[in-house]
Ligand binder design. Structure first.
Ligand SMILES: Cc1cc2nc3c(=O)[nH]c(=O)nc-3n(C[C@H](O)[C@H](O)[C@H](O)COP(=O)(O)OP(=O)(O)OC[C@H]3O[C@@H](n4cnc5c(N)ncnc54)[C@H](O)[C@@H]3O)c2cc1C
Ligand code: SF4
Length: 593
């Protein structure tokens, strides 16, 4: 079994159809196929082969515009995202409001592996508080599960994909069991500088957690922990783990990793799942809707072959939507299923984002030194003001973490531009001296905060606009609440305080309100739209992502998240997907599905 054509898929029978091949689809298909279920994966984007397509070693001078971002490639010429971005040709979405502050921006990747080929790989566990936010402050919704329910799946995902970090035992920032995390990379000079000065204003700094192999995975120990009693799966996984190299500390992760040292669905989930012989993948398969059997259960899906324009129908015992939160919402709305609660499309969330960068004289004219490390944060600051917030001292609910960094990245377009605010504008020899002096002395801090679900943020089908396949598109409604605006202002003030004690200077003053906060969707952590819960009248699925109205229809992407903690969501999406897949397997074994 492997990559097949749509005409072949039509003839086969499957236990499970999985729509989408990113973090959610990859994890769902992996767990099911490794444990013996026959799976068909349908992916709207094209086939993508990281080993041959990843531009790991190319330098910016080899690219048009020295690799700078363009509307087609917003994250630069060498970025891994193909056929995607803020705009996908022929596949629009709309906004109900003309006001930019009320608009939502939607990043999509149309390729095998989805956004996991590019993502930042920051992998943080939600903590116990994050599962019961309503109980803590009366806002939003509690999850229909506890941290303890998901913890074993966080362990599994971390062991499978490989996550570096340390156990710091800080409040609501869970430790992983011994032997799960890989060693964190050494702090950079700029990290140490941040840590030293941030402590002066009461801000803690700990090792970052990212899905990058700082050492090779232990192929002798881990497979038995991940697939107990399943020798076939263990053998396949052990062989595959040996094909993954450790990070070489030299190339930008956003281009993807051909040596498989970071997590991408295409390099971690799909290869072993394909090796089981239980997984078929059809790429260029744009799913339009879930189809219904006479008994009200899901029959399968209908999809359009992007290459031929033909429509196809496939059937299975279970259908899983894992097309990314809002694409799954769109499929549900276009199918007219699973919505007796009227909650499909409601409570969409992003992460609160604000940032401040500055220049730090202490980092000027640094002698050349070893800056070995992964391409991404070595350290970060988890939310630290839980007690003050609970005591009502902050004026907004929920927290944020800080991602920060400095150092000498590979020079790109505009490397020494915009120095006028520091040197008043220089030319010739002086300009060259300034370029050397300031290179590596800039420092950024960005906040990533929790958004509380609200009634003003939702997606619905646009009544008139359709995509190039004739499928109705989503129309977004968006409004930040005072909590998010207050949080963004707090971020900016904190960053300014830290920069001040570092002796740094900033080009623009810290801001507040809508000036501080990034537009909805811009942080690309969109979740919600088909939230889980305990009450079928108020939610779309149970804690396993199983739709209340259609017992054999599951959602395993971020659509089911009923809150969006400050922790970047993808590790949680994968842990939930593994848990859902286990539930499907047990229901199939019991012949309940
Ligand atoms: C620049 C960037 C940085 C990020 N950094 C981080 C980070 O550091 N940490 C973190 O936790 N998260 C990060 N994210 C977010 C992360 O990428 C997503 O949370 C994650 O990929 C979600 O997984 P998914 O499977 O739901 O969606 P995706 O990875 O988007 O995969 C969905 C797949 O479904 C396919 N699909 C869509 N519609 C259909 C359809 N109708 N039929 C068939 N297939 C369909 C798509 O083509 C795609 O391949 C980042 C994202 C971006 C873009
Ligand atoms: S920094 Fe490491 S993990 Fe990232 S792309 Fe380079 S080798 Fe791969």
């Amino acid at each position: 079994m492997s990559f097949i054509q749509s005409t072949q898929a039509d003839k086969n029978t499957y236990d499970v159809i999985v729509v989408g091949s990113g973090a959610a689809g990859g994890q769902t298909a992996y767990t099911l196929a490794m444990e013996g279920a026959r799976v068909l994966m349908l992916e709207a984007g094209r086939k993508y082969e990281p080993a041959s397509e990843t531009p790991m070693m190319q330098v910016n001078s080899q690219a048009p515009l020295r690799g700078a971002g363009t509307p087609e490639k917003p994250f630069g010429f060498w970025d891994a995202t193909i056929d995607g971005g803020w705009d996908v040709p022929g596949e629009p979405y709309t906004s109900a409001s003309e006001d930019p502050e009320r608009q939502f921006r939607w990043w999509r990747a149309r390729m095998l592996g989805g956004r996991t080929n590019h993502w930042g790989r920051i992998s943080l566990r939600n903590g116990p508080y994050d599962f019961k936010p309503h109980t803590r402050d009366g806002l939003g919704f509690d999850w229909p599960m506890n941290y303890q329910d998901l913890a074993p799946y966080y362990d599994k995902v971390e062991m499978l994909i490989g996550v570096y970090g340390e156990n710091d035992g800080l409040e609501n920032t869970p430790n992983s069991p011994a032997g799960v995390l890989l060693p964190a990379p050494k702090p950079l000079v700029s990290d140490l500088l941040f840590k030293k000065h941030a402590a002066k204003v009461g801000v803690p700094t700990i090792a970052g957690h990212r899905a990058v192999l700082t050492t090779r995975l232990d192929h002798k120990r881990l497979p038995a922990l991940l697939h107990p009693g399943n020798t076939k799966a263990q053998k396949i996984l052990a062989a595959d783990m040996q094909k993954r190299s450790a990070c070489i500390f030299a190339t930008p992760c956003g281009r993807g990793c051909s040596i498989r040292a970071n997590y991408q669905s295409t390099t971690v989930h799909l290869p072993p799942a394909l090796d089981t012989g239980n997984l078929d993948i059809v790429t260029d398969a744009m799913v339009r809707a879930v189809t219904k059997r006479a008994d009200g259960k899901a029959e399968g899906v209908v999809y359009i072959d992007r290459k031929t324009g033909t429509e196809h129908r496939v059937r299975a015992r279970i259908v899983v939507l894992a097309a990314s939160a809002l694409e799954s919402v769109r499929i549900l709305l276009n199918s007219g299923v699973a919505n007796s609660s009227g909650k499909v499309g409601k409570y969409i969330m992003d992460t609160v984002g604000a940032g401040l960068s500055g220049q730090v004289p202490l980092l000027e004219n640094m002698p050349l030194h070893n800056e070995d490390g992964v391409d991404g944060l070595h350290m970060y600051t988890p939310w630290w003001l839980y007690k003050e917030q609970l005591a009502g001292k902050l004026g907004f609910a929920r927290g944020y973490h800080i991602e920060f960094g400095g150092g000498r990245d590979m020079p790109g377009m505009g490397i020494a531009s915009g120095l006028e605010w520091l040197n008043g504008g220089t030319y010739g020899k002086k300009f060259k001296e300034d370029a050397r002096r300031y290179y590596g002395s800039f420092f950024y801090m960005t906040g990533r905060g929790e958004m509380i679900p609200n009634e003003d943020c939702y997606a619905e089908l646009d009544p008139t606009v359709k995509d190039k396949f004739g499928i109705p598109v989503l129309r977004f409604h968006w409004k930040w609440s005072q909590h998010e605006l207050g949080q963004a202002a707090h971020m900016e003030k904190t960053f300014a305080d830290i920069l001040d004690v570092m002796g740094g200077r900033y080009a623009r003053k810290p801001q507040a309100g809508n000036k501080a906060i990034k537009q909805g969707g811009v942080i690309i952590h969109e979740v919600g739209g088909a939230i889980m819960g305990t009450d079928p009248k108020k939610s779309v699925t149970n804690s396993f992502g199983q739709c209340w109205d259609m017992k054999n229809l599951f959602i395993t992407d971020g659509a089911t998240l009923c809150s969006n903690a400050d922790k970047n969501p993808t590790l949680t999406i994968m842990a939930l997907a593994w848990r859902s897949a286990d539930h499907m397997l047990s229901l199939m074994k019991k012949k309940e599905l």
